[in-house]
Design a protein. Structure first.
Length: 209
């Protein structure tokens, strides 16, 4: 609908975006291991602290990475030897998509938590809904509204936000253990080191793949 330059701009941004997202997913997987262990042991007091600590640390990390990527997008893409003719479009796409990283983290984190507690179907369903709507959103924003590369990125961010919202609503209604209220603001420093150790191992594995 737009042309080969727009397609190339999205394509050249994708490896960097995927690397960052897989790194975040790895952190979530690592945290899920600790949460699964505590859930299996029925240590619900420590489990809640682990969940809130990992969430707060992950949000902070995601926001920091987002800020860094938004500021340095042209420089990062130049390192990847992106052609100057498509650099502005690629940078625009990358910046918008990275603004959705926090939604991506929250979804992946809650998906890891649900899987750690024995529910692997719900996060897969939410992801499937989001993926289908992302395709429809791409066509709508690009073909109908003529928003070109930016429309494709906006569709992605909105669908990431949707999958995040679906997870939050499901947990609120179906998982009483995680209806934590103010306990979501608990930050246990002693747990952060172990979370970081587990998270970094799986994050490096994911990003290497």
């Amino acid at each position: 609908y737009v042309g080969k330059d727009a397609l190339a701009a999205v394509g050249t941004s994708n490896p960097l975006m995927t690397l960052i997202i897989l790194f975040v997913q790895g952190i979530c997987l690592g945290a899920g291991i600790l949460i699964g262990t505590l859930y299996g042991a029925k240590d619900y007091t420590r489990l809640k602290k682990q969940v809130s600590t990992s969430m707060m640390a992950g949000l902070g990390f995601s926001l920091a990475v987002t800020a860094a990527a938004v500021v340095s997008a042209p420089w990062l893409l130049t390192l990847l030897q992106v052609d100057k003719d498509i650099l502005p479009q690629a940078a625009s796409y990358l910046r918008i998509v990275m603004c959705g990283l926090v939604f991506n983290f929250v979804y992946n984190y809650f998906a890891s938590v649900l899987r750690a507690m024995g529910d692997s179907k719900s996060p897969l369903l939410f992801l499937g809904i989001s993926a289908v709507l992302n395709i429809a959103g791409d066509i709508f924003f690009v073909a109908v509204l003529r928003m070109e590369v930016e429309g494709c990125a906006i569709s992605t961010v909105l669908c990431e936000a949707l999958s995040c919202l679906l997870c939050m609503i499901y947990i609120k209604k179906k998982i009483p253990l995680l209806d934590m209220g103010r306990e979501w603001l608990v930050f246990e420093k002693s747990m952060l080191k172990e979370t970081f150790q587990y998270g970094m191992v799986s994050a490096l594995q994911q990003s290497t793949v």
